[in-house]
Ligand binder design. Structure first.
Ligand SMILES: [Zn+2]
Length: 353
């Protein structure tokens, strides 16, 4: 296993006469790490950071509620309907969740799911049923699309994402997920899938199967499992305050996932969100990483990545994404994934209670 998966890192050392220590010579370490699948690098450093007091959430909630198109009084009049040959009933509903076309599509099939009747749920109290219904409705949508008569066009990648609150780029406060079914899944997923296929061809193994075994055995980045869904922190973090991820073993797409597995995942995600909320955070991005419909379980298992987002300074609205990830395609984190995993374990995130 160790020959197949390499966790490579370089330690960098900054030297300086430090004004905070009467200009004594100090050394400060940082790290560059390389993803064992793609080889993509990312940095870890020790910025001094105290979570700022949150913005005035009550004001944001009240102001946004007045115009919200996803609240029950508007969702059926302010949102579009699908063409009848695609979804005869126009929109799909499950519990409180309503799935409809994105008024501003960025693909052939670009949808939104308004997750709840409530306009706002805090990050430390996301209902399991709301998360599960949001994923089940997207899964059922993908299954229906894959079953539609085609004219030789390739099947799509069914991608579900969740931007929660403005620091994560959400333009609506009301909880909602983006649901796209696309033949062009984006650079990150395309490169990752290519690397997984190369790994399969080289070793005859599924990368994610090997990674789970390695991470669970090594233990420092392992969080635990919610039912059948394992959670851990990636060796190379994505967010400035770290991240975590889950794997759906033996499933390549959301369409292949069972109700029970979705509920297992939702239970884990609720706990992860509670943990990050407990650190003063109130925003996040989440995305599923699927293979193309009906393909790929030999080399790809469905994964989910969760990245907390925040304003470095809430008064100045200082973004947590700057030149390094945006222009140099280099991830940067102030928190080591081993520390994030230890915190999540201590908070009982991986427990099967
Ligand atoms: Zn609303």
């Amino acid at each position: 296993m160790t020959q197949r998966l390499v966790f490579r890192k370089e330690v960098k050392v900054g030297r300086q006469y430090d004004p905070r220590q009467q200009f004594a010579l100090s050394t400060i370490e940082s790290e560059v790490r390389y993803d064992p699948l793609t080889g993509n690098s990312g940095r870890l450093c020790h910025f001094v950071f105290n979570t700022p007091p949150p913005s005035d959430l009550q004001a944001i909630i009240a102001t946004s509620a007045a115009q919200c198109p996803f609240c029950p009084d508007k969702v059926l009049s302010a949102t579009p309907r699908f063409p009848v040959e695609m979804i005869p009933e126009g929109r799909i509903q499950l519990g409180e969740a309503v799935l409809f076309p994105n008024l501003f599509p960025y693909d052939d099939i670009s949808a939104i799911t308004a997750l709840s009747s409530e306009h706002f749920y805090p990050m430390d109290d996301m209902p399991v049923s709301m998360i599960a219904d949001g994923l089940c409705i997207a899964r059922d949508f993908f299954r229906r699309l894959a079953a539609l008569p085609t004219t030789g066009s390739p099947l799509g990648y069914g991608i579900v994402t969740w931007n929660y609150m403005p620091p994560a780029g959400a333009s609506q406060v009301h909880p909602h997920m983006q649901v796209i079914y696309t033949t062009t899944p984006g650079n990150g997923l395309r490169r990752e899938l290519a690397a997984e296929i190369a790994y399969r061809e080289r070793y005859g193994r599924c990368y994610w199967d090997d990674l789970l075994t390695t991470e669970q055995g090594e233990g420092t980045r392992w969080i635990g499992s919610s039912g059948n869904i394992p959670w851990f922190t990636p060796f190379v973090p994505t967010g400035l305050l770290g991240d975590c991820m889950a794997v759906f073993p033996g499933r390549a797409t959301l369409a292949a996932v069972s109700d029970a597995e979705i509920t297992d995942f939702a239970r884990g995600l609720r706990r992860v969100l509670r943990y990050f909320a407990g650190r003063g955070l109130w925003s996040f991005n989440m995305s599923l990483f699927p293979e193309q419909a009906d393909t790929g379980v030999a080399h790809h298992w469905l994964t989910a990545r969760l990245v907390p987002r925040f304003f470095l300074n809430s008064q100045l609205h200082v973004s947590d994404v700057a030149y390094m990830p945006l222009l140099l395609d280099e991830r940067l984190s102030m928190v080591y994934p081993e520390d994030t995993a230890a915190g999540l374990r201590a908070a009982g995130v991986g427990g099967d209670v």
